[in-house]
Write a protein that binds this ligand. Structure first.
Ligand code: ZN
Length: 361
């Protein structure tokens, strides 16, 4: 079965974090409209699905009750002081009116995806408004309020299912890793930029995600980090993915695959220094599609409007098994040669070795 669901409600694409904020939910309108123009939703195996609001109990699978109440207060009174909960007007995650309600809906979209896929009605479902992987138990972080990937992984684990979570956002999936650091029930694999930001005196956000973070207790070896150097291009990225992800998924044999598909790793993205192309992403997402597990897919970061539009449209077509029009691909993706090629390849080799050495045996 190749039936693929696209979670859609214009409300998840109409909120604004702050006028100058890089995360622009309206980017999803461009993805939806591109797919509609390409006829993706007219195919017999396509389903447009409305999200539902997540329940309080579902949110509290991961988040503290005090934090949820703080978000509700911030949602009703965004001009108040909510900084102790990671919500600050000029910070990464500003409070805005209605933030609780919209976050229930973006989280509920991922829950609908999970329910449809588990019931066997769909092979895969994609919630572009989800993938908010930085939110912590009692703290908003990195544009993320409620951690929908962690909530879904937790609810799946509660049903006794083995969950593989693969995070291909440019940033470390820190909130999801933290939620399952001591359990082997959820395998987390994150590929991300790591270390100093070139030409700047700061560490790339969020700063975690070294291969040494491998889990504790029963979870030892079930948190896997592929810590990529700045300027990793598509060829090097594909090499790292192929060396780590398919072999570990085969070894783990999950019941469900959960993916966070942030596209801030694209070479056009203004917030990161990775240089991934749509061609590299096609390769990666085809690996997910070739697997046989029920598959819950989410968006994530992505701050180049055009890269988001083309890549997530392409990725939904892959989920459908539909041919990809050339217009969605990068025309001329960058690729290193010479000394820089050798330098990137050596650093990526180190990232691969670190990730594989960290894994359970
Ligand atoms: Zn990101």
């Amino acid at each position: 079965m190749t039936a693929a669901g696209f979670i859609w409600d214009p409300r998840v694409a109409s909120h604004v974090y702050r006028a100058d904020h890089p995360l622009k939910p309206k980017r999803l309108v461009a993805v939806h409209d591109t797919l509609e123009r390409l006829g993706a939703f007219a195919r017999p195996d396509a389903r447009l699905l409305a999200p539902r609001p997540a329940t309080r109990a579902e949110i509290e699978r991961i988040h503290g009750s005090d934090y949820v109440e703080a978000v509700m207060r911030a949602s009703a009174d965004p001009d108040g002081d909510h900084t102790e909960w990671g919500l600050s007007a000029y910070g990464d995650t500003p409070p805005f009116a209605g933030m609780h309600e919209i976050s229930l809906l973006t989280t509920g979209g991922t829950l609908v995806a999970m329910e449809e896929v588990l019931a066997g009605r769909l092979r895969v479902a994609f919630n572009g408004s989800g993938g908010l992987h930085h939110a912590m138990r009692r703290r908003a972080s990195g544009f993320c309020i409620y951690n929908d990937p962690a909530i879904v992984c937790g609810l799946l684990a509660d049903r006794g299912l083995k969950v593989a979570y693969v995070d291909i956002d440019a940033h470390h999936g820190d909130g999801v890793q933290a939620a399952f650091y001591d359990t082997d029930q959820v395998l987390t694999i994150s590929l991300h930029q790591f270390g100093l930001v070139p030409r700047e005196r700061r560490i790339f956000f969020p700063g975690t995600g070294s291969p040494a973070e491998r889990g504790t207790g029963r979870g030892a070896g079930y948190s896997i980090n592929v810590a990529l150097p700045a300027y990793t291009d598509g060829a090097a990225y594909v090499r790292a993915f192929d060396a780590v992800v398919p072999p570990l998924l085969e070894r783990y044999r999950p019941d469900v695959l959960v993916t966070q598909q942030g596209i801030d790793s694209h070479f056009d993205d203004p917030l990161t220094n990775l240089m991934v192309s749509t061609q590299a992403r096609e390769h990666v997402v085809r690996q997910f599609a070739a697997s046989s597990w029920p598959w819950v897919a989410m968006g994530g970061g992505g701050y180049s409007m055009d890269a988001v539009r083309r890549t997530w449209s392409m990725e939904f077509l892959i989920m459908q098994g539909t041919p990809i029009p050339t217009e969605l691909h990068d025309a001329d993706p960058p690729e290193w040669t010479g000394d820089e090629r050798a330098r990137i390849d050596a650093a990526v080799d180190e990232a691969i070795t670190g990730a594989l050495d960290a894994a359970w045996t």
